[in-house]
Design a protein around this ligand. Structure first.
Ligand SMILES: NC(=O)c1ccc[n+]([C@@H]2O[C@H](COP(=O)([O-])OP(=O)(O)OC[C@H]3O[C@@H](n4cnc5c(N)ncnc54)[C@H](OP(=O)(O)O)[C@@H]3O)[C@@H](O)[C@H]2O)c1
Length: 244
């Protein structure tokens, strides 16, 4: 049983990252949460103030391997070796393939897939030293059910599922589990271009008739990061209110 978890959440200023960080901080008084931030940091800073001594800002550009090394050095110096990594940061940049620029393609692949490779590689050594680790990769429903206009994002998130399964096999005997989640739509983090009518229409299509609250996704991440989730590895969970 791992009693003092040192957790890094990337994209921790975003909707899901912030909710996930809060979920851990409110439920595990012994954990230290490192909030990966890039440009925007106001919500992460508010968590640092609220949970002083247990939540820490951690500047991290996820596409840069030196930044990962600097982040891990910071965590080790302030708290100890990392043992939970939540690869949450990401973004989409939608376009039909016929008009998608190479920069749109590679930017999304770098931020959503290559970053997960970099993060997982960076934490291997500290997790192997502890013979305990939890890696949770935030993919998307788009990995399983890919809509038009998201060839870049769907390919990246599907790649995350492949990486997750393959890495889980490499780490299965080392006490390190690797899992992914595939959220559908999340309340408070919908595409900015959606009109009220579009939102209503998608809710109507969703058997639960609503989108996920960020805490409902965070709860699953919390379980996957627990000692109890010891036999689940290489899997992914669809969290979509039965949309597909
Ligand atoms: N929203 C949804 O409905 C939904 C559904 C399925 C899956 N997801 C996935 O869930 C995760 C979180 O989504 P969200 O809705 O919470 O998004 P969000 O509110 O836009 O937050 C995304 C976070 O990722 C950070 N980020 C993006 N690129 C980065 C980079 N290169 N380096 C460091 N940080 C970077 C952003 O930092 P800045 O603020 O500095 O840009 C932001 O903090 C993403 O992986 C997303 O693909 C979301």
């Amino acid at each position: 049983m791992q009693t003092n978890r040192r957790i890094l959440i990337t994209g921790a200023n975003g909707t899901l990252g912030q909710a996930t960080a809060r979920y851990f901080l409110e439920r595990d008084a012994a954990c230290h949460v490192f909030l990966g931030v890039r440009e925007k940091r106001e919500r992460a800073e508010a968590l640092v103030a609220e949970f002083a001594g247990r939540a820490f800002l951690c500047p991290l550009e996820i596409t840069c391997d030196e930044a990962w090394m600097a982040a891990l050095n910071q965590i080790e110096a302030q708290s100890g070796l990392i043992n939970v990594l939540i690869n949450n940061a990401g973004y989409h940049d939608d376009a039909l393939l016929v008009t998608m620029s190479h920069a749109q393609w590679s930017g999304v692949l770098e931020a959503n897939l290559s970053s997960v490779f970099l993060g997982c590689q960076a934490v291997m050594n500290p997790m192997m030293q502890q013979r305990w680790g939890r890696i949770i990769n935030v993919a998307s429903l788009s990995a399983l059910h890919s809509p038009a206009g998201q060839t870049n994002y769907a390919a990246a998130k599907a790649g995350v599922l492949g990486l997750t399964q393959s890495l889980a096999k490499e780490t299965a005997r080392l006490g390190i589990t690797v899992n992914a989640i595939c959220p559908g739509h999340i309340e408070g983090a919908l595409p900015a271009t959606w009109t009220k009518e579009q939102i209503k229409a998608v809710k109507r299509e969703t058997p639960m008739r609503r989108f996920a609250r960020p805490e409902e996704i965070a709860a699953v991440v919390f379980f996957l990061a627990s000692a109890e989730a010891s036999y689940m590895t290489g899997g992914h969970l669809k969290l979509d209110g039965a949309l597909v």
